[in-house]
Design a binder for this molecule. Structure first.
Ligand SMILES: Nc1ncnc2c1ncn2[C@@H]1O[C@H](COP(=O)(O)OP(=O)(O)O)[C@@H](O)[C@H]1O
Ligand SMILES: [Mg+2]
Length: 305
């Protein structure tokens, strides 16, 4: 049995550092401080981080028959992620993201979703074909076909004893609507703070935790340099973020997800999972891109100590 199946998005990230606030048009060429090509997509970064931590991890996603798809599959399999169930779309391109990073951690994210709009339940391995301890889904709002099917997909996995989690990430349409019954099928919901507020419609973090925790799901809210907080049985559990001087924070949340799930699968203990998640999130910021700074388990445990 595998530890983890990650379902969701994978794309190359083109990360640009030191771009002007508004890049000039008029076919002007502007020199910037740096550029990096890295594995992107919340699901792919989380799968990569989980494999780096030693979890036996499979990735289920849809990429195109193009160089971007080759890049993504190569990056995942080099990290030890099982990509045998990734499907290649016959016509549509792999998704592609350009990130314009500001000093201080903020960024503009331009994503061409490509074949992600077609990613659906038929691309996810059947319960009978792939046994896993945990299923994690990411980038909910970029994959509308998958989104509609997700409650049933997660319910099936829970019926055979797996735990489940969802990191919705941002909703580019700003609607923030989850499929009916979805939250109740998530053992953990893993938004950042802005996403938690948007998903719940609450005015503050306490309200968001109370609202998202209403269906037996444990919300785990990521708060950047402020760490993370989870709500279980009406009690909030906080962890601080380890001190970091980020090179960039791309993928910190996804690397947190990987660490959180590794901690949870190891001990079934919420505080330990949060601390390992926070260590992995902080360490991921030490290098450009979502995956280059991701720690091994000994590195993450040393950061926690
Ligand atoms: N500047 C930082 N210093 C230390 N830890 C950080 C920093 N930014 C992120 N992290 C860690 O990574 C986690 C996820 O980052 P966050 O920015 O909250 O998520 P997302 O990338 O989904 O927006 C945080 O909960 C924290 O543990
Ligand atoms: Mg995120």
């Amino acid at each position: 049995m595998l530890d983890l199946l990650v379902i969701g998005d994978a794309n190359p990230d083109v990360l640009v550092h030191g771009a002007p606030e508004v890049p000039p048009y008029g076919q002007a060429e502007t020199l910037v401080g740096g550029g990096v090509l890295a594995l992107g997509g919340s699901a792919a970064i989380a799968a990569h981080g989980a494999a780096r931590l030693g979890l036996a991890t499979a990735f289920a996603g849809l990429v195109g028959r193009d160089a971007a798809g080759d890049f993504v599959l190569d990056a995942l399999s080099t990290a030890g992620v099982d990509v045998s169930c990734v499907v290649r779309h016959a016509a549509l391109p792999t998704a592609l993201t350009v990130c314009l990073n500001r000093p201080g951690g903020d960024r503009a994210i331009l994503t061409a979703p490509g074949c992600l709009v077609e990613h659906g339940p038929e691309h996810v391995p059947d319960v009978a074909d792939l046994a896993v301890r945990h299923v994690h889904a990411a980038s909910y709002f970029l994959q509308p076909r998958l989104a509609r099917a997700l409650p049933a997909l997660l319910r099936e996995r829970r019926a055979v004893g797996a735990t489940t989690s969802l990191d919705t990430n941002d909703d580019p349409a700003g609607l923030w609507e989850l499929a009916p019954g979805l939250v109740a099928e998530c053992t953990f919901l893993l938004p950042n703070e802005a996403e938690a507020l948007a998903l719940s419609g609450a005015d503050d973090l306490a309200g968001a935790l109370a609202s998202l925790g209403g269906d037996g799901c444990v919300p785990v809210v990521k708060r950047g340099a402020m760490g993370a907080v989870a709500m279980r049985d009406g009690t909030a559990v906080h962890v601080d973020a380890p001190a970091a001087e980020p090179v960039d924070t791309v993928g910190a949340g996804d690397s947190f997800d990987a660490g959180f799930l590794a901690g949870w699968l190891d001990r079934g203990e919420l505080r330990h999972a949060l601390r390992l998640g926070a260590a992995c999130g902080a360490l991921s910021t030490r290098a450009a891109g979502g995956t280059a700074g991701q720690p091994t388990l000994p590195e993450a445990l040393a950061q926690m100590a």
